[in-house]
Design a protein around this ligand. Structure first.
Ligand code: ACO
Length: 357
């Protein structure tokens, strides 16, 4: 972090920037006055997740698609996914939020801000974060973001900014996605990939976030879905712009592997770290072959790249926090473990972060 300081003994003010390490302030030297010090590096203090009841296996898909368990599993690593039927994404999001609150030992009333990553839900407005707030019984500002699969990392970055600005301490992040409602269920190259889920995390001030970076790179319309608009008296043609998710799988694969590998190498370099300094790499679980290709470039052991895509499919932004929750509840994380999160999604948005557990 950079801190603004002015040397008071000079008649003309001199402006300097000082690097402040995590532990506190570096000595400023005689005569320097620190004008503004607000510093936090955030800690994840609880996680939660929730899945629809309906399990859909590759064999189930082969009942109505020209596909097979063998084709899907070999190319994507996915064996089954959960799909919403009579249950709904709001209830999943609330369950995940309550799970994370319990895990963090925070009451809803202690939450200062709610950030929800979500592409679609039952309403355009109010936002899902506002609905979640009323259902968990708290009162605080709420914000929805849509950066597709990178939503969790974007939300962490926003949360840190709110903490640094002194606007919030305890922040509830929920990623709730129902991609099953966006895909074309006759397109065997895309609908096989996705599963519905909600996952959440509570962050508090701490000393654990080392670096977080987000970006957006124009890769054309490699993943795109249209939304429906009402007709207006002024635009009577072409209002129905809805179309289901369309994806150029090969292009997504190429961009995802190249960009994610580059982003991982860059953040490690900026932090002066080696591949081996990372305990776990938590990648967006787009499909296992993408993760495998990234892992091959990084050259680290498979055990450092946990995944639960086999059972849940690609859950968009809920994927990383869901995996984090599995590791947390499964007792796989110990204090001081260093996690590198790397997500990529429609846009092409990217988010990379190094955070200690
Ligand atoms: N079952 C059987 N055959 C299939 C299926 C299926 N489910 N899907 C496609 N095929 C066929 C195609 O019709 C084609 O047949 P043809 O040669 O007779 O025309 C053949 O398999 C090859 O099709 P491709 O689309 O070229 O298949 P590819 O080997 O590229 O695999 C896949 C498709 C798995 C989608 C791959 O492109 C991929 O992994 N892409 C990454 C996409 C991704 O992960 N997206 C996630 C969402 S975006 C995100 O999260 C960032």
């Amino acid at each position: 972090m950079q801190v603004f300081a002015t040397k008071s003994r000079h008649s003309q003010p001199i402006t300097h920037f000082y690097h402040i390490p995590k532990q506190g302030l570096t000595p400023c030297g005689c005569g320097f006055v620190l004008l503004h010090i607000k510093y936090t590096t955030m800690k994840i203090i609880g996680t939660g997740s929730s899945h629809p009841e309906r399990k859909v296996t590759n064999h189930d898909l082969a009942q109505f698609l020209d596909t097979s368990d063998e084709w899907i599993a070999t190319r994507t690593g996915i064996r089954e996914r959960r799909i919403l039927t009579k249950d709904n994404i709001t209830d999943l999001a609330v369950e995940a939020a309550i799970d994370a609150l319990n895990n963090s030992q925070k009451e809803p009333g202690q939450i200062d801000y709610i950030i929800c990553s979500n592409i679609i839900n039952d309403y355009l407005t109010p936002g899902l974060s506002a609905i979640i707030q009323s259902k968990i019984g708290t009162h605080c500002p709420c914000l929805d973001i849509n950066t597709a699969c990178t939503g969790f990392v974007y939300a962490l970055q926003l949360a840190e900014s709110l903490q640094v600005a002194g606007m919030a301490k305890n922040i509830l992040i929920i990623c709730a996605e129902e991609v099953s409602k966006m895909v074309d269920w006759t397109d065997r190259a895309s609908c096989i990939l996705f599963g519905d889920a909600a996952a959440a995390a509570v962050v508090a001030p701490g000393d654990n976030l080392i670096k977080i970076k987000t970006d957006c790179i124009d890769c054309g319309d490699v993943i795109i879905s249209g939304s429906r608009h009402e007709k207006t008296p002024f635009d009577t043609e072409g209002n129905d712009k809805y179309f289901p998710l369309a994806m150029n799988g090969r292009e997504v694969y190429k961009h995802a592997v190249t960009i994610a590998t580059y982003k991982i190498e860059s953040i490690l370099k900026e932090c002066g770290m080696a591949h081996s300094d990372i305990t776990y790499y938590l990648l967006h679980q787009a499909n296992l072959r993408i993760s495998e290709a990234i892992r091959t470039h990084i050259g680290e052991d498979e055990s450092k790249f946990p995944s639960n895509i086999e059972s849940f499919g690609n859950m968009s932004s809920a994927g990383i926090p869901c995996l984090l929750d599995d590791l947390n509840k499964g007792g796989k994380l110990k204090e001081g473990d260093r996690l590198l999160l790397c997500a990529f999604g429609a846009g092409f948005t990217t988010g990379t972060c190094i955070i200690d557990w």
